[in-house]
Design a protein around this ligand. Structure first.
Ligand SMILES: [Zn+2]
Length: 345
């Protein structure tokens, strides 16, 4: 990234230079709307500036706004000349196409990008998306199954019997969860099932399971609940401008995990040994052991959902405590204390 930035800074007038600096800084800070706004201003005078078009493309991809990203994929493809430009364009194009659900095109972009020497960062990103989206060659031997809303990817040693069970329970979970949320996903969920029960996965260098809802992708252990990761995907697409907090987001995963267990009872047992201040944990995003956070947040989300579904669905879109103060007309503290009392009983 650094070298290419220096090169393009040198090539422009001071005015454009400072505008582009601002745009890149906004991108690095994660302010994607500002990146796009600044980029579009620069394009008014420099319509064929590759780097500005690429920045806008990357910002739209980061926002999961793949329809708008697609316009800039086309633009970057028409402008790319040097290898680093091709490498970035094809990598981002793979993401855009995947996000829209053009999986074959995305795979083609991925394979083309692999043939081109890019920058350190573009190559790192390509490797990363290959592993997450399923284009890496480690997946060549995996079995693919398709259901109405999910494309399943099974590690090759998983038995046919297990596969049947997972396909039917996960599709059923999707139907039940989306009857509640009524979200529109841009594509089927790509649901990877690794043949492992332990958490750590060395290929992904990450703990399983996890979901990248922006791509509608979940990576799962073989022994997970049927609904948890699917709920993460579905709840995300209620509104792509969502603001998530770990307490509510994981609470959604647990509440909709489709286990027919008594979530309040489980939370009570955990709470007895770990008296915690829910408001503090939620508001300050306090780090907590997952064994404590998950059951308590799951029961809390269930409580809020039973209290008022419409208010809860608004909270799903912006999960901050501050937003809850507004949604629940200043009564969220009362609700938290009432819930905490239930946990003590
Ligand atoms: Zn989760």
């Amino acid at each position: 990234m650094k070298n290419s930035l220096i090169i393009f800074f040198l090539a422009f007038s001071t005015f454009v230079f400072s505008q582009k600096k601002e745009m890149v800084e906004a991108f690095l800070k994660g302010n994607y709307n500002i990146t796009i706004e600044l980029g579009q201003k620069i394009i008014e005078t420099e319509p064929n500036d590759f780097e500005t078009n690429l920045m806008i493309l990357r910002a739209y991809n980061e926002k999961s706004d793949y329809t708008n990203a697609y316009v800039y994929v086309q633009k970057c493809k028409s402008l790319m000349k040097q290898n680093w430009e091709k490498s970035w364009t094809l990598t981002e194009s793979a993401i855009t196409n995947f996000g829209i659900g053009n999986i074959d095109e995305a795979r083609k972009n991925f394979n083309e990008a692999k043939q081109i020497p890019g920058t350190k960062n573009s190559e790192k990103k390509l490797k990363e998306i290959g592993l997450i989206l399923g284009f890496d060659e480690i997946y060549n031997s995996w079995k693919i199954r398709d259901s109405k809303n999910i494309v399943f990817h099974f590690e090759n040693k998983i038995s046919d019997e297990e596969i049947e069970k997972i396909v039917s329970t996960r599709q059923k979970a999707f139907d039940e969860i989306n009857t509640y949320f009524n979200s529109s996903l841009p594509k089927k969920i790509d649901f990877f099932v690794w043949n492992q029960k332990e958490n750590y996965n060395e290929y992904l260098n990450n703990s399983l399971g996890f979901t990248k809802p922006n791509y509608c992708v979940s990576h799962n252990r073989i022994n997970q609940t049927s609904g948890h990761e699917i709920a993460h995907n579905i709840s995300f697409w209620k509104n792509i401008e969502n603001i998530r907090t770990k307490f509510i987001n994981e609470g959604i995963g647990v509440c909709f995990d489709q286990q027919k267990n008594d979530k309040l009872k489980i939370a009570k047992e955990v709470y007895k040994k770990n008296l915690l201040d829910i408001k503090e944990v939620w508001k300050n995003q306090t780090k907590l052991n997952d064994d404590i956070l998950y059951p308590i947040s799951g029961a809390f989300v269930e409580y809020l959902s039973n209290y008022d579904k419409n208010k809860f669905l608004k909270l799903v879109e912006n999960q901050t405590y501050e937003n809850a103060e507004k949604i629940y007309d200043g009564k969220i503290d009362e609700l938290i204390s009432e819930f905490s009392e239930k946990l003590k009983r």
